[in-house]
Ligand binder design. Structure first.
Ligand SMILES: C[S@@+](CC[C@H](N)C(=O)[O-])C[C@H]1O[C@@H](n2cnc3c(N)ncnc32)[C@H](O)[C@@H]1O
Length: 200
């Protein structure tokens, strides 16, 4: 287990998880509706305790969800069982992920790309490449450098997104939004970026 995985797992063990709103992402719902994304093979990158993976499964997506925190996945599996949905949960590292499966049509991450780019961006890009096909869509929600105050979230600029991901993906839509926080509070400012995998 990497030192990153140990640290994230400790945060779940200590209930130090301010990102875990336990609410389905409104941005995920909006994008699926507005872009008419039909149920397909979906991969959630860094699913945490599974709220959005469960939502996708309830919408008819065939969901695989990856995280490298054992504790988060235990909670996610319990919640999926309670919700009576089937999700393939995988304990794995997104910077070095070997899934011997057909590539996914739709990827989703909430607050994960902005972390993993600081762990090992080339490894993450390799995982993205191996697990998508030209035309695959990816909705990524990340913290924004346009907000100075909130310290508890990694931040990226529009330029970072284009530089990190522009080689492999075209940007379909990029806009600002606010993360959900616990309760009804508005969370930090973020980027919602819908990407489409380029031809090889
Ligand atoms: C900010 S949390 C977001 C969790 C979830 N997406 C949510 O919205 O509640 C980041 C998640 O990414 C996971 N993560 C970070 N780096 C990872 C990696 N290299 N491989 C797998 N999971 C990773 C962490 O364990 C954590 O669950």
């Amino acid at each position: 287990m990497s030192e990153f995985a140990i640290r994230w797992n400790e945060r779940y063990q200590n209930n130090d998880t301010p990102w875990d709103s336990r609410q389905v992402s409104k941005e995920l719902k909006r994008v699926i509706e507005e872009h008419q994304i039909k149920p397909a093979r979906a991969l959630e990158l860094g699913c945490g305790t599974g709220t959005n993976a469960i939502h996708l499964a309830q919408q008819g997506f065939e969901v695989t969800a990856v995280d490298f925190s054992e504790r988060a996945l235990e909670t996610a599996a319990m919640k999926a069982h309670e919700a009576n949905v089937e999700i393939k949960f995988i304990l794995g590292d997104l910077t070095d992920l070997h899934l011997a499966v057909t590539p996914f049509d739709f990827l989703f991450d909430r607050g994960v790309y902005h972390c993993v780019r600081n762990e090992n961006l080339p490894g993450f890009l390799n995982t993205l490449k191996k697990n998508t096909h030209p035309g695959s869509l990816w909705l990524s929600l990340s913290g924004s450098t346009n907000e100075e105050h909130d310290e508890h979230i990694p931040k990226v600029s529009e330029e970072d997104i284009k530089q990190d991901l522009g080689g492999l993906f075209d940007i379909v839509q990029l806009r600002e939004f606010h993360f959900e926080d616990e309760g009804e509070r508005q969370g930090p400012l973020g980027w919602s970026v819908l990407l489409r995998r380029k031809e090889n």
